[in-house]
Design a protein around this ligand. Sequence first.
Ligand SMILES: *Cc1c(COP(=O)(O)O)cnc(C)c1O
Length: 377
Amino acid sequence: MHFATRAVHAGRVSDGLGSVAPPLVQGVNFEQPRGVASVPRYTRYNNTPTIVLVQQRLASLEGSEAAVCLSSGMGATSCAMLALLRPGDHLLSSAWIYGGTHRLFTEELPKMGIEVTFVDPLESRGWRLGMKDNTRAIFVETPVNPTCRVLDLKPISALTRELGVALVVDSTFASPVNLRPLEHGADIVIASTTKYLNGHHDMLGGAVFGSQAYIDEVTQKMMVWGQAPDPFACWLLERGLKTLHIRVQRQNENAMALAQWCEAHPAFAKVHYPGLPSHADHALAASTMDGFGGMLSLELVGGAAAADRMVEKLALVLHAVSLGGVDTLICEPRFSSHAHMTSGQRAEIGIPDGFLRVSVGIEDVRDIIADFSQALA
Ligand SMILES: *Cc1c(COP(=O)(O)O)cnc(C)c1O
C-alpha cells in the first residue's frame, strides 16, 4: 500500500472491540499464563499493545525491517550508540549535529572508552581520512539543524559499505515523507518523534530504525537503561502519524512560500532554504529528497538587534524551541541550542548572532507572511 494509507493503517490489529481508533492501553503489567516461563508483557519491555502498534507503523513508514520507540530523541540516539559501540571503538561523526548529540559524543561516550572524532562534511575526502582501524560507524544528521544544509549520503554510504561499518543518519528534520535514508544506503535511522512524526508539540519521544537483529539490541539497551516510552505518548504519536503526510506536504509548501517572500524582502540578508535555487544544496536536495522540508533559517540585514526587534513584534508566530509541529515557531540558536558556544564559535559553523530558525507550521501561509510583514514594519 502507499505511504498515506500505511500512515493511517499500518500495524493495526483487531482489539476485539471493533474500535476504529486504536485503544490506549495504559496498563503497565498484564496477567501471565501460570506455571510456564514466558517474557511478561511490561511497559518497560516495549511489548504492550499501544507501543507495538506504533512501532510497526513507524517501521512501515521509514521502510525498515523493525523500529523501536524510546522516551525521547536523545534516548533514541543514546541507546542506538550503546547498542552499536563497545569500549575501544571509534565513531566518526559529522561536525554538524544537534547540540544534545554533540554533548553525548563529547562528554559521555569518551567516558565509556569510545572515541569520537568529527569531520567537516564539506571536505569531500574527510570521511575516508577520518577512518581508523577501530571505526565502527559514521554518524550524520541531514538536513542539518539549524543551517538547513543537506548532506549527500551517496558517497558516505559507498565508503561505509566498502569498509563494512554502519552508517547512522539522524533524519529528524526530514521525516520519512521527505527523505528515507535507508533508500540511500543508511543502515540505521534515528528520529526524534517529538518533532514531525508526532507534529503537535504535545509528546516527547524518539525512534530507532534498522534490521530486526539490531533493533533487538537497541531494545535491550532501552530496557536496561530505562528509556522506554509511556503508552500515552505512543498513542499520541500514533494519532499524529495518521496526518504526517498531509502536515508535511503543507509545511513544505508553506516553507517554500515563506522562503520566497523573505528572499524578495530587503530586510533579509540571507534566506537558508533548500528549496531556493540560491541554496548551496538545492540541486542535491531536489534530486535526493521528495520535499524541501518545513525548516528555514534567516539572517537580517540589521543583524542581532534587528532579529531581536522582529522576534519581539511577531504575534502569530511563537518564540519557542523545538520544531516540526502544526504551529509556526521561531527561535534564535544563540539563546537555545547553541547557547553553550561563543559568538565566534557559532559564526564559524554558519550561525552568526541574529540567525533565526523558523519551523513552519500548517497555518494559512498568508497569515504567517502577514505576521512577518507587520513585525518587520
Ligand atoms: C530535537 C532533536 C533531537 C533530540 O530529540 P528530543 O526528542 O528532544 O530528545 C535529536 N536530533 C535532532 C536533529 C533534533 O532536532
